[in-house]
Design a protein around this ligand. Structure first.
Ligand SMILES: [Zn+2]
Length: 178
């Protein structure tokens, strides 16, 4: 993509796209479900230019008995993260929505941990996707995952590249990872 093509993308009007399931679902209300059983749990409005909504997904990457995943989406057909910055309210609601989803996720996890009598760590993983040649869904979406059950961790652990002066990590058979 050239600089001129990026400029063209940034000037694109953000609208609802016919046939896009994410655009369609965003016009529903908090508490509504889609065909798969995902439910809308957060919504700043239904204006495709600036609003956002979040859904509790029917799929998880963590323990299926206790885990959950939240998906945050722009209400309109935003195809690239760079497009978020092109409207002030769109950018503000983006930040507020990320903050809202994060605190909601941790409050639920802390309550669950207390109820189950297990250790709680306020950890989550945020992973966003947008238009790419290899991506079947071009409508930007951000996944919020949590690590219940000790699952959904990268293995071998990748912390040694980021944190210095720590004990070397061990693998699940007790051996050191080089
Ligand atoms: Zn869409």
């Amino acid at each position: 993509m050239s600089v001129a093509q990026l400029e063209k993308l940034l000037q694109e009007q953000i609208v609802l796209k016919d046939g896009c399931g994410f655009c369609e679902f965003g016009q529903k209300s908090i508490g509504d479900t889609d065909d798969r059983g995902s439910v809308i749990i957060h919504q700043t409005g239904v204006n495709p230019v600036e609003d956002w909504y979040a859904v509790l997904q029917d799929t998880v990457t963590s323990d299926p008995r206790t885990g959950f995943r939240i998906l945050l989406l722009p209400t309109g057909h935003v195809r690239a993260f760079a497009q978020v910055a092109m409207n002030y309210n769109r950018a503000v609601d983006y930040g507020l929505s990320i903050a809202t989803v994060s605190i909601a996720m941790q409050e639920v996890r802390a309550e669950d941990a207390e109820h189950l009598g297990v250790e709680y760590v306020p950890m989550e993983r945020i992973d966003g996707k947008c238009f790419a040649r290899a991506n079947s869904q071009e409508h930007m979406h951000i996944k919020f995952d949590e690590p219940s059950g000790g699952l959904a961790q990268p293995f071998p652990v990748d912390t040694k590249f980021w944190i210095r002066n720590q004990e070397p990590p061990v693998n699940r058979r007790g051996g050191m990872i080089n």
